[in-house]
Design a protein. Structure first.
Length: 474
């Protein structure tokens, strides 16, 4: 007895929600909003506040890196002059801050007369033969070239905020007698198995020789994720540095040899990686190639190999940015553009019954998903002088963690990330959209709206007076 009452109450709730919502719309009919210049400026200030919070977060520029006395001075390079008996001398030089191969290219272009140069790559040694009166000049040249160059300390912060929500719903109604059988059935589109959790039930209002069965499933899903990473790297000129944080996931592969099928397992790293290559480092600016990348497993797909062999293969989503830029010392750059918003709607509709206003929603199987991902990279540059290179570098892990948490909160609470709606709000919107002519009305209203300089106005109708059109254009 209670089951038919529950079905009736659900239908009554549907109609009452729409009626209440419709009355509220009619009571509070939208009126044209004329925004003043002060309102527009206030809105722009709110937009700037997010950027201001990000800038303020990096204003606390403590003296980094911290210097401590080096335990011992930099040792002098290995440089020996061997006197010859024929008026020639041989210079043996081992560079400290570059390779013998690179240095020999530069020296070979400036040697004159009978001077000769060779190198030993295994020991990183240059061997130069020249007249006695020229050998000291080449020695001074090699010492002047073998000097430490500045390095770059990269403070990177990666913030990834994920928002997703979804809904799965299906309804099945069947009636069966001794001489007839009729049903109206929907399934969740795109699902191999129907949801077994959530709001639902199996009702049998009529039993006996003639029976009626009602099966209903309704499931809402939601997910919020925030990934924070703060890698720091210290690199030299023309060197590629990589920092990778993540995990290795197994990936199965099928290989066929004749009639034999072999499945092997390989591993692929997923997570956050940052690749940086400085091509030029000066005292106050640096030229960098930056390649940050974030990858993660989104789902698993089954792949068939042979007649009966099926194995899961992960689908990996990759988001990356590669850029070349010139930055000043202690400058902060924010790289974004990896904003992804995806909305999908799949439906299975029972003919005729799903076309009924309001009640037709119950005869429509739905699979709705809404996913928003915001990925932002923050990079702060510190040019480390040769004097600092020989000293100790210290980092404050507490300060780094606090900055990462603040960055995540700022991005998470921005307008780019929506808020989760309640079940009543979602259901009321579905019922409102199912009203007769609701979709056409929304389309007409969209065409009438014009956004000009932040002011929301309506396009003048074709029959409106000329002065009214000019006023609307203003």
């Amino acid at each position: 007895m209670l089951r038919p009452i529950a079905v009736f109450c659900a239908a009554a709730l549907t109609v009452s929600v729409y009626a209440a919502d419709n009355q509220e719309v009619e009571k509070d009919a939208p009126v044209p909003v004329n925004r003043t210049p002060e309102d527009v400026e206030r809105g722009r200030a709110n937009v700037r506040s997010v950027i201001g919070e990000l800038q303020r977060l990096f204003e606390d520029d403590a003296p980094l890196p911290q210097l401590i006395p080096a335990p011992k001075p930099i040792e002098a390079p290995y440089c020996t002059v061997v006197k010859g008996g024929d008026g020639r001398s041989t210079l043996v030089f081992r560079p400290r801050f570059t390779t013998a191969k690179e240095m020999s290219k530069s020296v070979d272009s400036v040697i004159t007369g009978s001077a000769l140069i060779d190198r030993l790559d295994e020991q990183n040694v240059l061997v130069l033969s020249a007249p006695d009166n020229e050998i000291n000049g080449y020695k001074d040249l090699l010492l002047a070239m073998d000097v430490p160059s500045p390095q770059v300390l990269i403070e990177a912060k990666v913030v990834e905020v994920l928002f997703s929500e979804g809904m799965q719903r299906n309804l099945s109604i069947s009636m069966q007698g001794s001489k007839y059988s009729v049903d109206a059935t929907t399934e969740v589109p795109g699902q191999s198995s129907q949801p077994t959790n959530g709001l639902g039930g199996n009702f049998k209002p009529i039993t006996g020789s003639n029976n009626m069965n009602i099966a209903f499933r309704w499931l809402l899903t939601a997910q919020d994720a925030k990934v924070l990473s703060s890698p720091n790297i210290l690199i030299s000129r023309n060197e590629i540095s990589r920092i990778v944080t993540g995990e290795d996931i197994p990936i199965q592969e099928a290989n066929s040899t004749g009639n034999t099928l072999q499945i092997s397992t390989t591993f692929k790293n997923v997570g956050v990686s940052l690749e940086v290559e400085p091509s030029m480092i000066n005292r106050d600016n640096v030229t960098l190639r930056i390649y940050p990348k974030v990858s993660n497993v989104t789902r698993y797909e089954y792949v068939s190999a042979g007649d009966e062999t099926r194995y899961p293969v992960p689908v990996i989503a990759v988001r990356s940015v590669e850029t070349y830029l010139r930055m000043r010392n202690r400058q902060v750059v924010m790289m974004g553009g990896l904003y992804n918003s995806r909305k999908t709607l799949q439906e299975q509709r029972v003919p005729f019954l799903s076309d009924m206003p309001w009640i037709g929603e119950l005869f429509t199987g739905k699979n709705v998903s809404n996913e928003v991902t915001q990925l932002i990279f923050f990079l702060k540059i510190h040019i480390i002088s040769p004097e600092q290179v020989a000293s100790g570098l210290f980092y404050n892990p507490d300060q780094t963690a606090a900055q990462s948490e603040d960055l995540g909160s700022i991005i998470e609470n921005s307008d780019a990330i929506p808020l989760h709606r309640t079940s009543v709000e979602k259901f009321a919107e579905e019922v409102r959209r199912s009203a007769p002519g609701a979709k056409q009305k929304m389309r007409d209203e969209f065409r009438e709206v014009v956004i000009l300089d932040g002011n929301k106005t309506s396009t003048p109708a074709a029959s409106a007076p000329a002065d009214a059109s000019k006023e609307a254009a203003k």
